[in-house]
Design a protein around this ligand. Structure first.
Ligand code: PMP
Length: 457
């Protein structure tokens, strides 16, 4: 990239340390600067328009120019731009939102705790689980089991629960007491001749074995996304959730559903827990809760979790935990309005209907020789690319996704490659024509990728 001195690109390289970016490569490549958004589209600083096929970071449900969210934020800024919930303080938006979340919860829940990001919510959950075990007089019950390739964030405990190498390597993680069990990806992990159901049974048995070898009295909770997102969009096989929950019930282990991606309609129900008949004790929310117009997160807990914590804090005198920005009035007001829009426009049904079209379109693309698997549910999906035999360099396994990502971008579609899996997660407002266009661009990009591979042969 030709970077002009003093341009935005040059200043970005000079001053901006990026998340999830190869810092060394960034100094050469520079940024893609996004300037504006409208509906499912965003436009860069050179005037190129893209379909935002990832909703930003799996997060913008209502599209990129929802005036109602702008208005509600502005009204709340004028009325009460900030307040907190320490020391018995509260405010209207935090109360209204807590009531709303409990009302729409997929299972009976008791209380909502406010945080600022998905990572922060999950880190807080770890502390609450520990606090509860101490309150119950079971100080040994502290271990948490998550899954290989699960994603739960990047703060110390959350990154430990994340089961991806990048999040551990050189960070001295995972921390002690956090374990990772089998990733329920049948296509990758299933053995020759093993049915999906037999694979689901094996996943549950692996979990059971891990609990047994650690000592059931030492395991406090199991955390999982209903559908894995950042780990490659993994939809668990039929009967997986039923079998996993049976194991947890056997050993009195709490279930934490991380709905940071699945929550608020993504899988075709308001919560992924409903889609898969999951009955969590704790449920994490962020991203689509405000369509990410405002940084915000929260988690809900049931009485089984809340009551011992409340009793303990009563004994100690105060719960020694909370965030300055937790339950921010502007974020809470935006979340309420965003949920109202999702309900009024029936965007959950749209996710189910457009989702079925998206999944059918992705499945059609499996006829292409570069595609190994199409997977997904509702408006979240992935295409797994497979490199042709004997390729090295840019087209080797592990490198193909990045090539495809660049081609798709050039063709006007923002995706995200998780190694060689291309993710699809468009805003919930996506229309039938938009879905067709997403599939057409993907098909054209696959053909161009194949031509590039042949040209390099
Ligand atoms: N949990 C899940 C399932 C996520 O997908 C993410 C973010 N991709 C997080 C937690 C962490 O959220 P944040 O980036 O807001 O910390």
């Amino acid at each position: 990239m030709d970077v002009r001195p003093n341009s935005d690109e040059a200043r970005d390289i000079a001053y901006h340390f990026h998340s999830y970016t190869n810092a060394e490569a960034h100094e050469k490549i520079g940024p893609l600067i996004i300037e504006s958004g409208e509906g499912i589209h965003v436009t860069d600083s050179n005037g190129n328009r893209y379909i935002e096929g990832m909703s930003g970071l799996w997060s913008v449900a209502v599209g990129f120019n929802e005036q109602r969210l702008v208005d509600v934020a502005s009204r709340q800024m004028q009325k009460l731009p900030y307040y907190h919930n320490f020391s018995h303080r509260s405010h209207g938006p935090a109360i209204d939102l807590a009531e709303k979340l409990i009302e729409i919860a997929p299972v009976p829940m008791s209380k909502v705790f406010y945080t600022n990001s998905g990572s922060e919510a999950n880190d807080t959950i770890v502390k609450m689980v520990w606090y509860r075990s101490n309150a119950l007089g079971k100080p040994e019950k502290k271990k948490i089991i998550s899954r290989l390739r699960g994603y739960h964030g990047v703060t110390v405990a959350a990154a430990s629960m994340t089961g991806l190498p990048y999040n551990h390597k050189s960070f001295d993680l995972p921390m002690e007491g956090i374990l990772h069990t089998t990733c329920p990806h049948y296509w990758r992990e299933g053995q020759d001749g093993e049915s999906e159901e037999a694979f689901a049974s094996r996943c549950a048995q692996d979990l059971d074995d891990m609990i047994q070898s650690e000592g059931p009295e030492t395991v406090a909770a199991f955390i999982a996304e209903p559908v894995m997102g950042a780990g490659g969009v993994v939809v668990p096989p039929a009967t997986y959730w039923e079998k996993i929950q049976a194991v947890l019930a056997k050993y009195d282990i709490l279930l934490i559903a991380d709905e940071v991606i699945c929550g608020f309609g993504r899988t075709g129900n308001m919560f992924g827990s409903t889609t898969f008949d999951i009955k969590p004790d704790i449920l994490t929310m962020s991203k689509q809760i405000t369509s990410s117009y405002f940084p915000f997160s929260a988690f809900m807990i049931n009485d089984r979790v809340y009551q011992p914590i409340a009793d303990e804090s009563g004994r100690i005198g105060v719960l020694g935990h909370g965030y300055t920005g937790g339950g921010h009035p502007v974020g809470a007001a935006v979340a309420l309005e965003n949920i109202k829009i999702i309900e009024e426009r029936d965007l959950v049904a749209n996710a189910a209907e457009r989702g079925a079209e998206l999944q059918a379109g992705l499945t059609d693309l499996t006829s292409h020789p570069l595609v190994g698997e199409a997977r997904g549910i509702g408006l979240i999906g992935a295409l797994e690319l497979i490199a042709p035999e004997g390729k090295s360099g840019d087209f080797a396994p592990g490198k193909l996704g990045a090539q495809m990502n660049a081609i798709m971008l050039r063709n006007g579609l923002i995706s995200r490659n998780m190694t060689d899996a291309m993710a699809f997660c468009p805003p919930l407002i996506v229309g039938a024509n938009d879905v067709r266009e997403i599939i057409q661009i993907t098909k054209k990009s696959l053909e161009e990728l194949a031509a590039d591979i042949n040209g390099a042969a």
